[in-house]
Write a protein that binds this ligand. Structure first.
Ligand SMILES: CC(C)(COP(=O)(O)OP(=O)(O)OC[C@H]1O[C@@H](n2cnc3c(N)ncnc32)[C@H](O)[C@@H]1OP(=O)(O)O)[C@@H](O)C(=O)NCCC(=O)NCCS
Length: 151
């Protein structure tokens, strides 16, 4: 298996990113949204994980001065459990540390224990609950806000 590389997301990666996205979420972001993030949002820092030329995962963030928000992270189902989520989190945290970011936060479904485990592994703590934050399913679901202070 070829070595994993994490590089900034480019328009050329979007077909692969959309495949990861569609396989990972009930309410996938569209190509237009990713295109805007990559080409037109000065606060966006998005990366992909490549195995060879193939996009196997991505992570998106918005960085505004000392605050980073992780907008999304997803690994293609065929590539899960191979420490790719770990590699993305380490990359994003290192990027934040070298850009004077003090704090990273995110929202995650209260039922998504796998992702919460990943975030806790990197020091994220539970913040509040945003009630009925996810509205894409037959019923709504609360979001858990998680955050980590980078010192
Ligand atoms: C969450 C996700 C990104 C994890 O990616 P991954 O590459 O499979 O995770 P890794 O192999 O790097 O594992 C990292 C950590 O995640 C947690 N984890 C991963 N798979 C897990 C599982 N099946 N059960 C419980 N915890 C798990 C563990 O803490 C693990 O660390 P450990 O192996 O030292 O215990 C991936 O499952 C995914 O894309 N899920 C669907 C999209 C999603 O829910 N995104 C989060 C939105 S907020």
């Amino acid at each position: 298996m070829s070595e994993l590389k994490i590089v900034p997301m480019e328009v050329a990666h979007l077909a692969g990113v959309l495949e990861v996205e569609k396989q990972s979420f009930n309410d996938p972001w569209t190509e237009e949204i990713f295109h805007h993030e990559v080409t037109n949002n000065p606060f966006a820092y998005y990366v992909v994980a490549l195995q060879g030329e193939e996009v196997v995962a991505y992570c998106g963030t918005w960085i505004v001065f000392e605050d980073c928000q992780i907008t999304n992270v997803a690994v293609h189902p065929a590539n899960r459990g191979q420490k790719i989520g770990d590699a993305l989190m380490r990359h994003v945290i290192a990027h934040c540390q070298s850009n004077e970011v003090d704090r990273i936060s995110l929202e995650v479904r209260v039922s998504n224990e796998v992702a919460q485990n990943l975030y806790r592994k990197y020091g994220f703590q539970d913040g509040g609950i945003r009630k009925n934050y996810y509205t894409d399913g037959p019923t709504t679901e609360d979001a858990l806000v998680m955050w980590v202070e980078l010192t």
